[in-house]
Design a protein around this ligand. Structure first.
Ligand SMILES: C[S@@+](CC[C@H](N)C(=O)[O-])C[C@H]1O[C@@H](n2cnc3c(N)ncnc32)[C@H](O)[C@@H]1O
Length: 268
């Protein structure tokens, strides 16, 4: 399948990294700027609601600082984390036992070794989401589930004045759009197994916060604005009324995709 996973080079800056967000730099401010514990608790509850009771091992890919990962534990469930940013992985290791420095597209785990893989706010950052989904499918046991956020940036579309300003720059090509992820999943033996949502507590965006996030590259696959255009758009956002007043809180979509129970390995 040809898709857009390799064509958005505007966001690529350094070897092996897919967006212009510097995750090592982000690590220091991440928890304070992404909703902290309330957002993490809501995300973890959503993920766990889609993980079967019988699951014994869960791998959280793109685990970041581990704020969500540490909340994924429950009796009988061993939780591991993986992230490719040394800064993020170091912070997660302070919270969760069993954190590995690893790219989601090349996991250092054997085939069929875990019962669940979670990815919270990861795939919108990964142009090559197809390989990440394939890896999740590979490490899942038959009957295991891949639980992932999809349409992450669209969760912020709440019908506000900010949305109106951003509208001309929106793409329909977000790396984590649901139909795209479901198609990759199907190609690797994962079928629909439920969905839920969680609220981004404290993450209602203000015009100024949106401008800063835009300039940091947070909307890399959702908006076309880059460079000077992004700067102009950021200025336009900051000129909106009540620029520091948060608009409505976002709502994020979470899908569960189950590996078929047939014992054959998923196609690579
Ligand atoms: C927006 S943060 C989400 C962190 C965490 N899941 C949470 O919800 O708090 C995205 C994380 O994914 C990591 N990441 C991005 N691309 C990755 C990849 N290809 N492999 C592994 N980690 C990746 C980044 O380093 C960052 O820690």
């Amino acid at each position: 399948m040809h898709d857009d996973e390799t064509c958005d080079t505007a966001g690529s800056v350094s070897a092996g990294r897919d967006t212009f967000l510097d995750h090592d730099v982000e690590a220091a401010v991440y928890d304070a700027t992404r909703g902290g514990a309330p957002r993490a608790a809501a995300a973890a509850a959503a993920v766990l609601s889609l993980v079967p009771d019988a699951a014994r091992a869960l791998l959280d890919i793109g685990c970041g600082t581990g704020l969500v990962t540490e909340r994924l534990g429950r009796p009988g469930l061993r939780v591991l984390g993986a992230d490719f940013s040394p800064g993020m992985a170091r912070m997660a290791a302070g919270r969760v036992e069993g954190v590995v420095l690893a790219d989601a597209r090349r996991l250092p785990l054997p085939d069929a070794s875990v019962d669940a893989v979670s990815a919270v706010w990861l795939l919108h950052l990964v142009p090559d989401a197809r390989t990440a989904v394939a890896e999740a499918a590979r490490v899942l046991r038959p009957g295991g589930v891949f639980v992932t956020t999809v349409d992450k940036d669209a969760g912020h579309d709440v019908g506000s004045d900010i949305d109106a300003v951003l509208a001309p720059y929106r793409t329909a090509r977000a790396y984590d759009r649901a139909a795209r992820i479901e198609a990759f999943a199907a190609a690797h033996g994962l079928g629909p197994a439920g969905e839920t949502h969680f609220t981004g507590h404290g993450l209602g965006r203000s015009p100024r916060r949106t401008a800063q996030a835009l300039l940091r590259g947070e909307y890399a696959s959702r908006l076309t604005a880059r460079g000077a255009v992004a700067e102009k758009l950021a200025a336009e956002l900051s000129a909106l009324p009540e620029p520091d007043e948060p608009r409505a809180e976002p709502r994020y979509r979470v899908l569960a995709l189950r590996r078929s129970s047939a014992s054959s390995p998923p196609p690579h």
